[in-house]
Structure formats: structure tokens, C-alpha cells
Design a protein around this ligand. Structure first.
Ligand code: FAD
Length: 413
């Protein structure tokens, strides 16, 4: 029996396991998925915990609920990969493979910013971990006056729109609390504007202005001075805060260090279009673990999983992999007051206005905020648990389609 090993049973690994099991004979192929955590975390839900929209329980389910019959779930912590001998080292066992899929995601490393840990979970908080989101909820509950600063340390970080959503939701939250006039909100970012893509950046930057949110661009953080409550850039600029919401550097899994597969941030060096690991035979990569220049998002992992599964099956059948992944990303952006934007883009085309997923009809509006988009964002949790993870077909094209998009604003990179 030949073996396929999947490292990580988060969004990407689980989708791939479900799709592979449907397409490969269980008599010929043993499919095993390894994870060190029994709980599946719906990470998009962490954004809502500080605002008391979701509870931690809303964002967790047992991983085994999503593992299809015929796939082995192994609870173990991966500590290394030997790509030459086709083996993976876990804390409990050693595993051999014919094909390996790396789906181990990425996580925040606040220790990478000098001084950040001095104020961690005191005046410096995050919502990129469950514990962080819960602690931030307590902080937000009693925060009535002062400066809330959200800082993005560096690119890439997962869910590139989540920081914007946080500040837009914070504006709403403090407004409803009746203290908005006493709270200043500022986004401090290393990017040239509110977002990385110019058209969306300009539209979202205008929304920030309308909401009286200051955007400070081109800020490369060098250190946090926790005692004086300032962040300082490499150029010596300082921004003071009462509450710092940090998006610290994001790194790939620790076991990739020294594997010969990784880049300096421990993301796996991956072919942008086939999703095959560049420095190895028989290894594919999905989701946040890749270093492809697409957004690190669950929706992207969904589109990637289609290319990845097709390519592994092609290779098993003796065919060349196809370069079909186009960087497609589809993301809702909450803008507060129960409204949201939607953006749909890929490597080649930046987000454009229009309608999605049905050209001309929608019902969702691209690059315009609406109540219906917010409803879509709220529905995403149900779609994630009940369709995406289980590999149920969605009414979405894997590759970006220009139908329904307003091309006159088109700018290519
Ligand atoms: C605040 C926030 C908001 C977000 N909002 C959205 C959104 O609105 N829309 C969207 O599409 N995406 C969103 N995302 C991003 C989305 O959650 C991730 O992109 C997605 O989960 C990536 O899937 P993945 O499988 O690559 O990684 P993960 O889902 O993180 O899974 C990685 C798995 O690997 C396991 N693992 C790691 N190391 C080891 C090890 N050593 N041994 C064994 N197992 C290991 C982990 O336990 C985990 O189960 C958001 C993320 C955050 C943090």
C-alpha cells in the first residue's frame, strides 16, 4: 500500500484529505493526517471575539468530525522532515511517505519585535490566537478613553484584511458604547496605504478617513518601548499608544527549520502555480505554509486544494503537474455597523468593483460595502464547517473570472 502523509489538519490539510479520499482508491492508498491539536479552530472567528460577537466555543470543533472515513488521524507533533529518505519525525513516531503534503500553517512570533514581550498581554494584545482574542475582549470591555493603535509588523501575515476589519469594527464598537469621541484609532502599517493593492487601498483608505481613523503608512517597526508605551520605527519615528493591537511577524512551523525546504521566514519554497515544493520530490504545499505570493487565507487554501489534489493525481498517473493555481483570493472585509466589503483577485488582477459570484447579479458587491456582504461574512462560518472543510463543491470558480468585474478600473501588476 502506498502512503500519502498530510502534515496539519487545519483548513488546507482537512480540505485536501477530503478531496484526496474521494479520488484515490482506499485499497491502494493509505492517507494519514498528523496534527498536534485535537481541536479545529475557525480562525476567522477570532476577529469577532473581542467584540463579543462570537464566543470561543463558536470557533472550535473536534478535528476528527471533519476527517473522512478511510483517512487516519494521528495525534502527534511533527519535529522534522527528511526529504531524502521520505520520512517525517514526530515526537511519538517516525512516518514514511510516498507523497507528502505540508499544511502546517503559520503563527505569530511576537518575540521577533524587540521589547514587544515586555508589554505582552498587558497593554499589547493580539487577536491572531484564541487566547489573545479572549484577553483582548477583556481589555476592550473596559477601554473607554485613549489611543488604540493597530500595528502590522511586516509582510506577509495571514488574512491581510483582518487588521482593517479590526479597526473598522473597533470604530463601530466604541461608537455603540458611546465613547467613540474619547477613543483615537490609528493603523500603523509598513505598506504604502491601508491595503497592499492600489485600488482597494484607495477605497478602504477613504473609508478609514470617513470613520476618523488615522492611517500611518511606510512604518517599519524596530522596537516597542513598553515602559513609555510607544512603537518606534527604524527611522526613529514614534507612535504612542494606550492599547497596542499587534500583528507580529508570522513564521511557518518550527519543524521546517533546517529541512532544506524553507525560506528565511520558514515558509516552504513553493512553485506559485503547481504548488509543488521547489526543493524536493514528492512534496506539495497548501495554505499558509507556502511562500506563494497569494493571500494567506482559508478561501485561498480552498482554491489551492483543487490544484494540489489534481496535480498529485496527475503525478501518480505519470503525468506532469499543471500550473493551474492563479493566486485566486476571495475575502469579505467587515466595515462595522453590520456592513462588509468583498474583494476577489489573483496574482494578475487586483480587486475591482463589480458583482460576485454571479456576474451582474451578485448578490454580493465587490469593493462596495453592503448589509448583504456582512450577511455573507456571517454565513462564511457555516459554509466553512459544513462545506469547505468537507470538500463539498462550492458555487465558486477555482480560477478568477473577470465576468462581473468593472474592467475600466483595471490595473495589472
Ligand atoms: C484573525 C484571523 C481572521 C481570519 N479571517 C479569515 C477570513 O475571513 N477568511 C479567510 O479565508 N481566512 C481568514 N483567516 C485565515 C485562515 O484562518 C487561514 O489562512 C487558514 O486557517 C489557513 O489554513 P492552513 O491549513 O494553511 O493553516 P491552519 O488552519 O492554521 O492549520 C495548520 C495546522 O497545522 C497544525 N500544526 C502546526 N504545526 C504542527 C506540528 N509541528 N505538528 C503537528 N501539527 C502541526 C496546526 O495544529 C493546525 O491544525 C483568518 C485568520 C485569522 C488569524
Amino acid at each position: 500500500m502506498k502512503k500519502i502523509l498530510i502534515l496539519g489538519s487545519g483548513a488546507g490539510g482537512t480540505m485536501v484529505a477530503n478531496n484526496l479520499r474521494k479520488k484515490l482508491s482506499p485499497k491502494q492508498w493509505d492517507v494519514t493526517i498528523i496534527d498536534n491539536d485535537e481541536i479545529h479552530h475557525y480562525q476567522p472567528g477570532w476577529l469577532f471575539i473581542p467584540f463579543d460577537v462570537y464566543t470561543p466555543q463558536d470557533c472550535q470543533k473536534p478535528k476528527r468530525e471533519f476527517i473522512p472515513p478511510g483517512v487516519n488521524f494521528v495525534l502527534d507533533e511533527v519535529v522534522g522532515i527528511d526529504k531524502e529518505s521520505h520520512t517525517v519525525e514526530g515526537k511519538k513516531n517516525k512516518y514514511s511517505y510516498d507523497w507528502l503534503i505540508i499544511a502546517s500553517g503559520c503563527s505569530i512570533v511576537p518575540e521577533e519585535v524587540e521589547g514587544m514581550m515586555d508589554g505582552w498581554r498587558k497593554d499589547i494584545h493580539d487577536f491572531y490566537t484564541l487566547d489573545g482574542a479572549v484577553a483582548l475582549r477583556e481589555k476592550m470591555k473596559y477601554f473607554d478613553k485613549g489611543r488604540v493603535v493597530l500595528n502590522i509588523a511586516e509582510l506577509p501575515y495571514k488574512c491581510p484584511v483582518a487588521p482593517l476589519e479590526y479597526i473598522f469594527m473597533a470604530d463601530w464598537f466604541f461608537d455603540v458604547k458611546g465613547v467613540r469621541d474619547d477613543v483615537e484609532i490609528e493603523l500603523v502599517t509598513p505598506m504604502a496605504g491601508a491595503f497592499s493593492k492600489p485600488i482597494a487601498s484607495s477605497i478602504l483608505g477613504d473609508i478609514a478617513i470617513q470613520k476618523n481613523i488615522k492611517v500611518t503608512p511606510n512604518f517599519d517597526i524596530a522596537q516597542v518601548n513598553a515602559e513609555e508605551k510607544t512603537i518606534e520605527s527604524h527611522k526613529g519615528e514614534k507612535v504612542d499608544y494606550d492599547l497596542l493591537i499587534a500583528i507580529p511577524p508570522n513564521f511557518g512551523a518550527a519543524f521546517l527549520e533546517g529541512s532544506g525546504l524553507e525560506d528565511p521566514l520558514r515558509f516552504v519554497d513553493t512553485d506559485h502555480f503547481t504548488l509543488k515544493a521547489k526543493n524536493a520530490d514528492n512534496i506539495y504545499v497548501v495554505g499558509d505554509a507556502t511562500n506563494v505570493p497569494a493571500s494567506k487565507a482559508g478561501a485561498v487554501a480552498h482554491y489551492e486544494s483543487e490544484t494540489l489534489v489534481d496535480n498529485i493525481i496527475r503525478e501518480i498517473d505519470g503525468q506532469e503537474p499543471k500550473p493551474t493555481f492563479d493566486g485566486h483570493a476571495t475575502c469579505f472585509i467587515c466595515s462595522g455597523h453590520e456592513k462588509a466589503f468583498l474583494i476577489d483577485f489573483n496574482y494578475e488582477y487586483e480587486p475591482l468593483p463589480g458583482k460576485f459570484p454571479f456576474p451582474g447579479l451578485g448578490p454580493f458587491s465587490l469593493l462596495g460595502d453592503s448589509y448583504l456582504n456582512y450577511w455573507g461574512k456571517m454565513m462564511f462560518k457555516w459554509v466553512y464547517w459544513n462545506m469547505m472543510l468537507k470538500g463539498v463543491e462550492l458555487p465558486l470558480e477555482d480560477q478568477l473570472t473577470m465576468a462581473g468585474k468593472m474592467r475600466h478600473t483595471l490595473v495589472t501588476e
